[in-house]
Write a protein that binds this ligand. Structure first.
Ligand SMILES: [Fe+2]
Length: 393
């Protein structure tokens, strides 16, 4: 059933392909920018990806204002403040984020600080508080999972008050997202697997949550089709450029989908597993996804059934009885997890991922208060979450 009303927005230009990085000088010029700051982390620079990006500027007249490669694994307020100082000191006029979720969120925080001309971003916490024109901003993902390059959210940790601050605004969206398979080609198999399952979860939850709409559905199903065809291939052979490129596209499309609908209970419980037991986000998504779908199946069975074709392909779809489509879909997700476990040891149960039974209560209570719980079409109480944790343990 179509929603009575919905909004959909994705103004991010997507430059995608083997030499997509080389388009960045042109894109900056188009935005009247000539001195970008590059925000990344040590892992990225040590892996040689920063060098590949810098080489893309060789034939241009542009100058890199400054490179900051000390972004911590969780974006923090002090880092944002430190980078903004560098930005001003080196007279930069644009921002390039190179990395996974943390450099992206950090760059969004820096953009708020600089563009709003403030010394403290805390006053802009929450939804739609940004009013000024933002600095030109280019995002280059180095994993295929978060979709941060097309989402309007940034989460920044305030160390002083020990809170995670969410910022939501369409102004946080990058001007350009650059998907260049050279940026993910060296990603270890285990991270490739977990981040790929995060992308799959974004797409499935976007397609089944209360705020789904025809536009987000289109991006979600296209993303699922690519994950179904390429995730196992790219984990088997990380050098497979076609598969890397396909997963980069899948991740970005899944990001556009959930950014314009929402996610659901898999994310709510997964966020809680991360907060309580520091379980990697993508790993938590992979483990929880089939069990949450089993819980949701009596309400979402038809929608899960529709996703069997894009995920498993035509022959599986046609050889499965219609009433079995939803069950087969969940089984297919489980079998992908089993394969990923064989290929790269990705945990398939919460005990192997580091959760302790005595942490269940805290995870359940934290998950109940997570914003991602609200758009899940079937309401969960504490016992429901405990049951899911028990089954996934
Ligand atoms: Fe996620």
């Amino acid at each position: 059933m179509l929603p009575k009303y919905y909004e959909f927005q994705n103004p991010v230009k997507i430059n995608a392909g083997m030499d997509a990085l080389e388009t960045i000088p042109y894109e900056l010029k188009q935005m009247n920018a000539s001195r970008p700051i590059i925000i990344t982390d040590k892992g990225i620079s040590n892996a040689g990806l920063l060098k590949t990006l810098l080489n893309a500027f060789d034939d241009s007249e542009l100058t890199i204002g400054v490179v900051f490669d000390e972004t911590p694994p969780d974006s923090s307020l002090s880092t944002v403040n430190r980078i903004a100082e560098l930005y001003r000191k080196h007279k930069c006029d644009s921002i390039i984020a190179l990395g996974g979720g943390s450099p992206m969120d950090t760059a969004k925080g820096v953009n708020i600080l600089i563009s709003e001309g403030t010394g403290d971003i805390r006053q802009f916490m929450g939804a739609d508080r940004l009013k000024k024109q933002m600095q030109p901003f280019i995002a280059i993902p180095t994993t295929s999972g978060t979709g941060s390059e097309v989402t309007l959210v940034a989460v920044i940790y305030d160390e002083e008050n020990q809170v995670k601050m969410p910022f939501t605004s369409a102004r946080l969206l990058p001007n350009v997202a650059v998907l260049d398979p050279r940026m993910t080609i060296g990603l270890p198999a285990r991270i490739t697997a977990a981040t790929g399952m995060d992308a799959l979860t974004h797409a499935i939850e976007a397609y089944t949550c209360l705020q789904k709409n025809p536009m987000s559905d289109a991006f979600a199903t296209a993303a699922i089709k690519l994950v179904g065809k390429y995730l196992l291939a790219v984990v088997k052979n990380g050098k497979d450029k076609e598969a890397r490129f396909a997963m980069a596209n899948a991740s970005t499309m899944a990001g556009i989908a959930f950014s314009n609908s929402m996610v659901g209970a898999v994310h709510a419980i997964g966020h809680a597993c991360g907060a309580v037991a520091h379980i990697h986000h993508g790993t938590a998504m992979a483990i929880l996804l089939p069990y949450v779908m089993e819980f949701n199946k009596d309400i979402l069975g038809d929608l899960y059934g529709e996703l069997l074709l894009p995920l498993a392909g035509e022959s599986v779809y046609l050889s499965t009885d219609r009433v079995e489509h939803a069950g087969k879909f969940i089984k297919t997700v489980k079998s992908i997890n089993t394969e990923l476990n064989k290929l790269c040891n990705m945990p398939v149960c919460l005990s192997d991922a580091g959760l302790k039974k005595e942490q269940f209560k805290q995870v359940a209570e934290t998950a109940l208060n997570d914003g991602a719980m609200l758009p899940n079409p079937k309401e969960l109480n504490k016992n429901d979450i405990l049951n899911i944790l028990e089954k996934a343990f």
